[in-house]
Ligand binder design. Structure first.
Ligand code: DGY
Length: 326
């Protein structure tokens, strides 16, 4: 069984694939497309990253491929339909990264609301003078309203943490989730109402054709003028040009982004230089423990797919039900 791994992983996680590996990309960045296109030809299993575009062209170059296993929960880089048509199950890694990503959302929210990056810049620039009652005043977390867009696993974990801050929590999404409303003490709103009522908005929805640019000019105009927008999902959820206008014109107070479009965002992108926009390089799940758990789960999905067994988490389960794999 031949497996191609598109990125170097933490030591030891590939041991379970010993004897199967036809290639691990050892370069510093993602595996170049040309390299991937060539090497995927002999692969029966592909362990992919969110930076690899798995489209029809690639699948056409991979006639022996029997399973794709992505080390991420998001699979918007993968043409799921094309994989399904070819009977290729696509594994992904939900669950193991939920809490770490929720922690990151809160870290971004707190840092942005309390203007921590500006405070650090202030100290580094040697501008810290005597205590100033008006210096870098920010917003509050305690006793405010948090709006969560997309109440999936990560959204729910973000909501759970809000009780410690005495927050009222709203959520929006394609479906109401009554069973979670009581458990998490969250209330459903349309997206427009959530944006208008929330002091802080956290995006945790997946990127699909329906959610691309979910937050654009019209939506930003609905938000409170001191609101915070946090994105730990995918950059494509937000129209970045609109966000720039909103931050400069003061339609909203601040933004904190773990994800951008494109990634990496160029250092000279207008958003990067704004003092009220905190951007970090897609670190949502970046704890040692969680990245190891993601890699191990991706390896397990791959092994199962190669053996024709159901994956632990399959993003296109119709392939498995069609094949009678349960
Ligand atoms: C994912 O898993 O989709 C994240 O974006 C990376 O942790």
């Amino acid at each position: 069984m031949k497996v191609l791994v598109t990125r170097r992983l933490l030591p030891g996680v590939l041991d379970a694939l010993e004897g199967c590996i036809v290639g691990v990309w050892e370069g510093d960045g993602p595996m170049p497309r040309s390299e991937l296109m060539t090497r995927v030809g002999e692969a029966e299993g592909l362990l992919s990253m969110l930076t690899d575009r798995i489209d029809r062209e690639l699948l056409d170059a991979a006639p022996r491929l029997r399973v794709v296993s992505q080390m991420a929960v998001g699979v918007d880089n993968i043409d799921l339909q094309a994989c399904t048509t070819r009977g290729i199950p696509v594994g992904h890694t939900p669950g193991v990264l939920t809490e770490t990503t929720a922690d990151t959302a809160w870290a971004l929210l707190a840092a942005a609301v309390r203007r921590l990056p500006e405070g650090r810049d202030h100290v580094r620039a040697g501008r810290w003078g005597p205590w100033d009652p008006g210096l870098l005043l920010g917003g509050d977390l305690f006793d405010t309203t948090l709006g969560i867009v997309g109440l999936g696993r990560i959204g729910a974990a973000v909501a759970r943490r809000a009780s410690g801050f005495g927050m009222r929590v709203l959520y929006a999404g394609p479906h109401r989730k009554p069973h979670l409303e009581a458990e998490l003490r969250v209330a459903y709103r349309s997206l427009a109402d959530l944006l208008a009522e929330s002091d802080h908005v956290v995006l945790t929805a997946p990127l699909t054709s329906e959610t691309r640019h979910l937050i654009g000019l019209d939506e930003l105009r609905l938000m409170k003028s001191d609101a915070t927008l946090v994105n730990v999902a995918r950059g494509g959820l937000v129209d970045h040009e609109a966000l720039y206008e909103a931050l400069v014109e003061g339609w909203i107070g601040r933004a904190a982004l773990d994800v951008t479009e494109p990634e990496p965002i160029p250092a000279d992108h207008p958003l990067v230089g704004l003092p009220n926009c905190l951007i970090i390089p897609h670190l949502g799940s970046a704890s040692v423990r969680t990245r190891r758990a993601m890699a191990e789960l991706a390896v397990e999905n791959l092994r199962r797919g190669l053996r024709g067994e159901p994956l632990v988490h399959c993003a296109n389960p119709e392939v498995e039900s069609r094949r009678g794999v349960t």
